[in-house]
Design a protein around this ligand. Structure first.
Ligand code: NAD
Ligand code: IPM
Ligand code: MN
Length: 354
């Protein structure tokens, strides 16, 4: 059976890394069909298209996964196309698990003294369909001295339950001992009170896993102090966004951070954690390794576990022995190479494994 994958390269460095990622995945020789879609700032500015009306139905009907670059462009300061493309897919496809592994692939990528591969290996389960991201809220008396601006945080029992359950189930499948939930229940009594209660109920159904609830500020500190104390972290949409940029910085930076937006058993979307990086776009400086590792997450979701492992090990060898883009030079030393040079070496390493 051929798996159909919709590729949306997007803006800035999105297309630069998507090209590399697809070349890599095609090299493995699996029955994957890649169809390219040009949604992003250029298309939006040209003809007003954000996502065509029927695109989400097409995805649901004909596709197994979306392989996504990044969106965001200084020419669209309101970021409305990004909301209409990326957030629309997360919400409308009900991709409630934002899986973001923060796993060190090489000791030299760690910025923390004495913390290496054995210590930095936590995975974040970020709730991806509610919280502060739903667009609920509004502005009243805009531009006046009496202006009122409100963003409403939505927390539903169903939404919180399913992400907590997914986190515990993942820990169980991977033989991990601990799940930590991050909230701010000392201040946000209603919404995060719900998180506390639902997390405790979920923990009761998984007695073999150690469950701990923490305030997110304390967790941010502790992730720097003793990252080895965490296996799986489950949290809401906004805290997950912030903690995973922190997690990326602990494990080599945005240039190597991968993510999945998943509805188990359904079409899911895979994207690097980084954005469109307008500051380096078009300069051949983008690190393609995050997109490559994102490809490995997608292969795993499609059931190609062995092949995902091949991509993963090619990336690890690249970091260990190969050329690096400028973002990794402060951590690895040596001269900086281009996206293309890194991509060519990576492709050779994968070829040698297939
Ligand atoms: P960013 O991730 O684009 O860039 C942050 C910094 O990291 C920049 O200095 C950039 O050069 C560097 N960087 C990021 N990815 C890199 C890579 N692969 N290789 C080397 N360096 C890399 O975040 P930002 O600057 O806050 O946002 C830029 C735009 O991207 C904004 O419009 C934002 O909304 C958007 N954004 C989109 C996504 C997404 O599509 N999933 C995610 C984050 C930000
Ligand atoms: C991410 C990004 C997005 C988010 C933005 C671009 C909407 O920061 O994927 O981490 O906040 O979720
Ligand atoms: Mn983010």
């Amino acid at each position: 059976m051929t798996h159909r994958i919709a590729v949306i390269p997007g803006d800035g460095i999105g297309p630069e890394v998507a090209k590399v990622g697809v070349r890599l995945l095609e090299r493995i020789g699996l029955p994957l069909q890649f169809d390219w879609f040009d949604f992003g700032a250029d298309r939006y500015l040209k003809d007003g298209t954000i996502l065509p009306q029927d695109f989400l139905d097409t995805l649901r009907r004909d596709y197994d996964a979306v392989y996504f670059g990044a969106v965001g462009d200084p020419r669209v300061p309101g970021n409305e196309h990004a909301k209409g493309i990326l957030l629309a897919m997360r919400f409308e496809l009900d991709l409630y698990v934002n899986l973001r592994p923060c796993i060190l692939i090489d000791d030299r990528l760690s910025p923390l003294k004495g913390k290496g591969r054995n210590e930095l290996r936590f995975t974040v389960f970020r709730e991806n369909t509610e919280g502060l991201y739903t667009g609920a809220g509004g502005v009243f008396k805009k531009g006046t001295a009496d202006e009122v601006a409100q963003e409403i945080e939505i927390n539903t029992r169903k939404g919180v339950s399913r992400i907590c359950e997914a986190a515990f189930a993942f820990a169980e499948r991977r033989g991990m001992a601990r799940v930590c939930m991050a909230d701010k229940a000392n201040v946000l009594l209603f919404g995060h009170g719900l998180w506390r209660r639902v997390f405790a109920e979920t923990a009761q159904r998984h007695p073999a896993i150690q469950a701990k609830a923490m305030y997110v500020d304390a967790l941010a500190m502790d992730l720097i102090r003793q990252p080895e104390a965490y296996d799986v972290i489950v949290t809401n949409n906004l805290f997950g966004d912030i903690l995973t940029d922190l997690g990326a910085a602990l494990t080599g930076g945005l240039g190597v951070a991968a993510s999945g937006n998943i509805h188990p058993g359904r079409i899911s979307l895979f994207e690097p954690v980084h954005g469109s990086a307008p500051d380096i776009a078009g300069q051949g400086k983008a690190n393609p390794l995050a997109m490559a590792l994102t490809g490995a997450l997608m292969l795993e979701h499609l059931g190609y576990t062995r092949e995902a492992g091949l991509v993963q090990s090619a990336v690890e060898e690249q970091v260990r022995e190969g050329a690096r883009t400028p973002d990794l030079v402060p951590l690895l030393g040596g001269p900086a190479s281009s996206t293309e040079t890194v991509a060519a070496e990576l492709l050779d390493r994968l070829t040698a494994r297939t």
